[in-house]
Design a protein around this ligand. Sequence first.
Ligand code: MBD
Ligand code: FE
Length: 287
Amino acid sequence: MTSQMTQSPSDAKAAETGANATRYFQKKAKATTGTDQARAAAIIGDALAALHGVIEAHEVTYAEYDVLKAWMIQVGEDGEWPLWLDVFIEHSVESVNNDSRPGSKGTIEGPFYIPGAPQLGSEGTLPMRDGEPGTPFIFRGEVTDADGNALPGATVELWHCDSEGFYSQFAPGLPEWNLRGVFTADESGAFAAHTMMPAPYQIPHDGSTGAMIAAAGWHPWRPAHFHLKVQAPGHELLTTQLYFEADEYLDSDIAGAVKPELMLTPVDRTDGEGKEVSYQFRLCPEA
Ligand code: MBD
Ligand code: FE
């Protein structure tokens, strides 16, 4: 019967969250990469050799091998591969591909981006519940090219969790587009997003991903963050996150996605309740 009853975000289960993330990923996944056979053989061969090296270095037992097998089966059954991969692997792919770009630093997308959020113009309030809990926050941004010239019409997609760490469309009982929206930079390249401050965030940890973290004695936390995708014609898409100075999890982000360039230092608003901050996004010219 519980499935018939109204659910609240805190009823979120890693398996349901994971199944949603898997479904969204499968919608956008491409079947081919254009990777040729020689490169595929090199990547696959090196990946397997690296794993064999770990097994030899630690003299992994058959009992441990069987635990790995059972665990991998369970990750798949619960749909947690998007979560696990984005937490433990994506940061390496992101840095190999983007570290040498000029302009603002990017970081991982993570598993909870959904395209098609409401369009809010150059200034607006993200969709939120009546009485949305948290500290009101104004995020002002400017979008420029790598030389600092304004990029009017640039789009800025912003998504983040609520003050309890839940993302809409991944935890039950939240309005569809809660704390997700798309802004368009005005003629001076500026936009302003009115929202609530996100809280430090625990990745879903009641499933297989959590079991691995617990087995290693780690914690499941990420520092509080905004997720953003910033885009303008003729420029590379910037996928990034912004964090808050002094957050206790900056040095131990389970997803390894913090960079010193991605820090916000909000100040108290002088004209109202809450905090505000501004940030400049410099986009890299298209290759
Ligand atoms: C998140 O919110 C997130 O940003 C990452 C990287 C992984 C899991 C959940
Ligand atoms: Fe996130």
